[in-house]
Design a binder for this molecule. Structure first.
Ligand SMILES: C[S@@+](CC[C@H](N)C(=O)[O-])C[C@H]1O[C@@H](n2cnc3c(N)ncnc32)[C@H](O)[C@@H]1O
Length: 366
């Protein structure tokens, strides 16, 4: 595929490899609330804070059109900045919402007390047959009983309990994420209700000590069609799905069943569903539409930081960072810099270098 003259953007590449880890979710693992849902595809809180600082954003509105588990939204909240996030995966939006909502903790505690006292009864459920093998029967019966109870909770606390339920369910399941597939790994599981109680109270404790006054709005939506009015956004901090990456939506099949209120959600709007050349063409078409939407909703002078990875096909490297810089300029952005967070050689047959695989943040200004 011809992506035009991308070489001229090589001069704005700037190594900041010491930030490499921040392009991953790993630093969030020990950070309360951020770690309420381990999202392998996510980036770190510090990356968002560094962006806010370098873009000079102290107030206003930040957008993340691929908000995932809500790292951008939560970091903005902490910094006192309002934010809007969109994602197509129900589970991501559930996590982003539960993490960023200002709950009435008194009400959450009251609800927890009542919920945990409910007497078990067997409920019929449309939980998919192919996912049942990840559970012991009595564990799944408990899970589905609580799912019904959480569904019936008042809306202003439901997401919190649903996330607690999903987290406990995954810990009590035999599901194990191995790349893009879910595998069964059997292990002993403590009584579910006891497990669920511990999870709820731990999350309440962490949630109560959450800081920051920014308002966050996360909803299911498509980055190619952003619901915001034009010229409203002070900065974009985001990371789209990477080109040629495995389809990781399947490994969240159990979580999505809960978050989607039991109905499977069609993911036709998901990036990167076709493979090879066709997938590449479609990916850049989609990214073109997203860049245009970002440009439309951003204020003049506003900055966007977009974390992307280059892709390796058997014989060549697609330099997604340079291509997006060029596409951005064609749309009307100024490509300011490409911060290289990680890089490694792309080797063919383990020895012949065919290019460099970078993970970078493309910085554009409207
Ligand atoms: C690399 S992840 C972003 C992770 C996020 N930065 C975090 O820290 O959790 C990319 C996200 O884009 C979402 N996505 C894929 N296609 C989308 C679309 N058309 N519109 C909005 N989000 C989409 C995926 O569900 C995924 O959560």
């Amino acid at each position: 595929m011809d992506h035009g003259n991308t070489e001229k953007y090589e001069r704005i590449l700037k190594d900041k490899l010491e930030w490499g880890k921040l392009a991953t979710f790993v630093p969030n693992k020990d950070t309360p609330v951020y770690n309420w849902f381990f999202y392998k595809e996510g980036f770190a809180r510090e990356l968002v804070l560094k962006c806010l600082e370098s873009f000079g954003i102290k107030k206003g509105l930040v957008l993340d059109p691929f908000c995932g588990s809500g790292t951008t939204l939560l970091a903005c909240k902490e910094a006192g900045i309002d934010s809007v996030g969109l994602d197509v995966l129900p589970m991501s939006v559930l996590a982003a919402r539960a993490k960023t909502t200002d709950y009435d903790w008194e009400k959450v505690r009251e609800t927890a007390k009542k919920l945990l006292k409910r007497k078990f009864k067997f409920v019929q459920s449309d939980f998919p047959g192919n996912l049942r093998r990840f559970f012991q029967k009595h564990t799944l019966d408990d899970v589905l009983f609580f799912k019904g109870e959480v569904d019936a909770l008042p809306e202003d606390v439901r997401d919190f309990f649903m996330l607690a339920l999903v987290r406990t369910t995954m810990k009590a399941s035999w599901a194990y994420k191995d790349g893009s597939v879910l595998k069964v790994r059997k292990h002993p599981v403590p009584p579910f209700r006891h497990f669920f109680r511990r999870m709820i109270y731990r999350m309440i404790k962490e949630g109560e000590s959450k800081k920051g006054k920014g308002k966050a709005n996360a909803s299911i939506g498509d980055a190619r069609n952003i619901w915001l009015e034009s010229n409203k956004v002070d900065a974009v901090i985001t990371s789209p799905p990477y080109l040629n990456i495995i389809d990781y939506t399947k490994v969240y099949a159990i979580e999505n069943w809960f978050a989607g209120k039991g109905k499977p959600t069609p993911l036709r709007s998901y990036f990167g569903f076709s493979e090879g050349k066709e997938g590449e063409k479609k990916y850049f078409e989609d990214m073109g539409t997203v860049l245009k939407e970002m440009h439309r909703v951003m204020k003049k002078g506003a900055m966007a930081g977009i974390v992307v990875g280059n892709a390796y096909f058997p014989d060549r490297v697609v330099e997604v960072d340079l291509i997006l810089a060029g596409m951005g300029e064609n749309i009307g952005f100024k490509a300011k810099e490409i911060i290289v967070l990680n890089k490694r050689p792309a080797l063919e047959g383990r020895t012949r270098k065919v290019g460099t695989l970078r993970e970078s943040m493309v910085v554009l200004q409207k």
